[in-house]
Design a protein around this ligand. Structure first.
Ligand code: C2O
Length: 315
């Protein structure tokens, strides 16, 4: 059976391992406000597809709208579940053991390091994006994505580095500002010449998207079902470029590499959402348009293949 959504009335302090002594933890409070009026999600009537754009190619009008939307979100009361603070805290609550698994009080609920990674973050962004659109009165509003898989997108996008912009976050590594090229396979600074770093990045993309992900499990991460212990194992993208960029952006001078360098604080950096919009795009690319063949998620194999002759061809 699948992992259930947590019991929202049972939320404890989240645990954050300290950078210097990973066996010591600090507690952070990041439980969302509890509502007794929980509305089941129904997909809204389809009108027009929202189109996400690469963050390095957006127009000044778009940037203005995006900044306004973020400012409006920041201006909401901190207790409002749509506020920027509450949205950021979602990441902490679901990633740092604030919840236990429904029905299994001894198991923490964790949305990383398993096949929950892509779906959880897709929904997280979906609602974040809808709130922004609502606040700014544009139901078609879509987040930008940080196009780090393309040579033109391999620096922190310019719209996030203007210090007067609400998209700026001071808690980032000051040595990794543009024009420094990202390292998609980051652990420590390699200081490669830009061209070499770009080539290495393209190679990393190829390994994690094409060569190394011939099966669903390799791409999505391992199965995580009801009653399982957390963290069964991450897929190539989650464990690779995704984590690399969290570490590469986070500020090593902060006690816990805030903001991007720690799960509990990552959602406080507006760049987080552009990073994850590109992670989400990788899921789409892996399924639909890579060299070789199209891939399938699990849905297709869970559905019994009882009528092979009339089954529609799955893309
Ligand atoms: Cu929930 Cu980039 O991690």
């Amino acid at each position: 059976a699948p992992i259930y959504a947590p019991d929202l009335s049972h939320c404890g302090d989240a645990t954050v391992p300290l950078k210097k002594s990973p066996n010591a933890n600090v507690s952070v409070h990041c439980c969302p406000p509890i509502s007794t009026n929980i509305i089941d999600f129904k997909p809204p009537a389809f009108t027009k597809i929202r189109k996400r754009q690469p963050a390095h190619l957006v127009t000044p009008d778009y940037v203005k709208k995006f900044q306004d939307a973020i400012m409006l979100m920041e201006a909401l009361d901190d207790k409002d579940p749509r506020s920027f603070t509450q949205q950021a805290m979602i990441h902490c609550a679901y990633c740092n053991s604030a919840y236990e698994q429904m029905g299994f009080p001894s198991q923490d609920l964790q949305v990383h390091n398993s096949w929950l990674f892509f779906p959880f973050h897709r929904l997280y962004l979906y609602f974040f994006e809808r709130i922004l659109g609502k606040l700014v009165g544009d139901p078609q509003f879509a987040l930008p994505f940080w196009n780090w898989d393309h040579p033109d997108g391999m620096t922190i996008p310019q719209i996030y580095v203007d210090q007067t912009s609400p998209l700026y976050d001071a808690k980032r590594n000051s040595d990794h500002q543009p024009p420094v090229v990202v390292d998609l396979d980051y652990s420590t600074d390699k200081n490669l010449p830009p061209d070499e770093q770009i080539q290495a990045n393209l190679c990393t993309m190829n390994k994690q998207m094409v060569q190394g992900t011939t099966t669903k499990t390799l791409f999505h991460g391992k199965e995580y079902r009801m009653g399982y212990s957390p963290d069964p194992g991450a897929g190539t993208i989650e464990n690779g470029v995704h984590i690399s960029l969290h570490k590469w952006v986070g500020d090593p001078k902060q006690p816990m590499k805030e903001d991007m360098g720690n799960f509990y604080s990552a959602g406080y950096d507006p760049l987080f959402y552009a990073h994850h919009a590109n992670v989400d795009r990788m899921w789409h690319l892996w399924k639909s348009s890579l060299p070789g063949k199209a891939h399938h998620d699990w849905m297709e194999i869970i559905a019994p293949n009882y009528a092979p002759i009339c089954a529609p061809t799955l893309k």
